[in-house]
Unconditional design. Structure first.
Length: 73
């Protein structure tokens, strides 16, 4: 069984499970709808950048993410 791949670089990907997709990510801007590669339930942390900090959840599909804000400060 594969283990999650942890990255700490400028890609914004925190955890990606090989063969499954990205399950945890961050960025200085809100995520973009329609992007491929984020699993259903993936959490995106909008940190830094302009505006308040927010947490988004992918309620779409692996083929086309749909991000919904679930928390903000």
């Amino acid at each position: 069984m594969s283990k999650p791949l942890n990255r700490h670089d400028s890609t914004g990907i925190l955890v990606e499970v090989p063969g499954l997709g990205i399950i945890d990510a961050w960025g200085e801007a809100a995520p973009t709808n329609g992007v491929e590669g984020y699993v259903l339930g993936c959490m995106w942390r909008h940190i830094g950048g302009a505006g308040s900090s927010q947490i988004f959840l992918n309620v779409g599909t692996l083929a086309s993410a749909t991000w919904e804000s679930v928390a903000s400060s």
